[in-house]
Design a protein around this ligand. Structure first.
Ligand SMILES: NC(=O)c1ccc[n+]([C@@H]2O[C@H](COP(=O)([O-])OP(=O)(O)OC[C@H]3O[C@@H](n4cnc5c(N)ncnc54)[C@H](O)[C@@H]3O)[C@@H](O)[C@H]2O)c1
Length: 275
């Protein structure tokens, strides 16, 4: 292990941050033509919207989802390829990446986006299966996706990984602590992998939307509307995704919040040791 990587983030600010990588093959929003993307959770909601946007820009997209029919529909619509993929299984992510390479010759972008809410707390309502499901889809799915995509991205000379976290990965969510824990874990993963994969020319970013108008909201949508809490149109999340592609940074967590321009969330520097 590189010594700098071991203590990165814990050393006192020197005013001289480590430079962001200059990856050779990162995906830019205006250079999608010919790029090959994998989108997990691509059958609906944010994943489908991003898959459509990438394809409209000229990218070839593998739409990976546990929902076969939905993935086939989106893939058919955008001239992409559907992949049956349960992100809880490492082999499924590996197969989806292999399909991208076999069909289109390479992989440039992995959007690891599949996710579920938990629907239970840690009290009497705790449900072990729901807990395992949420952590498995929301965290394992990203870990396995990164592991599957990294060799193909390296082979392409670098590339981009975007993981969907959430604002629940930045703030506490008393109503769904397990969901928040999983999404915080994705934030920690991305902040760590950004510098770790920089030398390989791989940029790693997190997308952190507030509530967005997709089926995942379920009955929560009516509650939010009743409260007058603004809900993002999915197009706002897609726009933020495109902005994030164009950032020169890595390991960033891009908030997507109604009425605000998306940007990397600025975490406070942690206190380093005093000599
Ligand atoms: N919509 C929001 O308010 C919101 C806010 C912040 C973050 N997010 C995150 O955005 C991501 C996309 O969610 P969405 O809002 O589009 O919801 P959605 O329910 O519309 O889409 C989620 C997709 O993930 C797929 N999926 C679920 N389990 C899977 C599995 N095991 N393997 C593969 N695919 C699986 C579903 O079939 C579905 O197509 C999720 O990670 C979610 O946590 C959503």
């Amino acid at each position: 292990m590189n010594e700098i990587d071991l203590i990165s983030g814990l050393v006192p600010a020197t005013g001289e941050e480590r430079p962001a990588p200059a990856p050779s093959n990162v995906v830019r929003s205006d250079r999608l033509d010919g790029k090959v993307a994998l989108v997990t959770g691509g059958a609906g909601g944010i994943g489908a919207a991003v898959a459509r946007r990438l394809a409209a820009g000229g990218a070839r997209v593998v739409v990976a989802d546990i929902d076969d029919a939905g993935a086939a529909e989106v893939a058919g619509e955008i001239g992409g390829t559907a992949a049956r993929c349960d992100v809880r299984r490492p082999a499924d992510s590996e197969k989806a990446v292999a399909l991208a390479v076999e069909r289109y010759g390479r992989l440039d972008l992995a959007f690891l986006n599949a996710g579920v809410t938990t629907g239970c707390g840690l009290g009497d309502d705790f449900d072990l299966e729901r807990y395992r499901l949420a952590m498995s889809v929301n965290l394992d799915g990203v870990v396995f996706g990164v592991r599957a995509a990294t060799p193909a991205l390296r082979a392409a000379g670098g590339g981009t990984i975007v993981a969907t976290s959430s604002m629940a990965g930045i703030v506490g969510i008393p109503a769904d602590p397990i969901y928040a824990a999983g999404k915080h874990a994705v934030v920690g993963l991305v902040r760590s992998l950004g510098p770790a994969l920089a030398r390989a020319g791989i940029k790693v970013q997190a997308l952190c939307p507030s509530f967005a108008d997709t089926p995942i909201l379920g009955g929560g949508k009516a509650v939010l509307e009743e409260m007058g809490f603004p809900i993002l149109p999915v197009s706002a999340v897609t726009e933020a995704f495109m902005r994030l592609l164009d950032s020169d940074g890595t390991g960033e967590c891009w908030f997507v919040v109604p009425g605000r321009e998306s940007a990397p969330f600025e975490f406070r520097r942690a206190p380093g040791p005093r000599a």
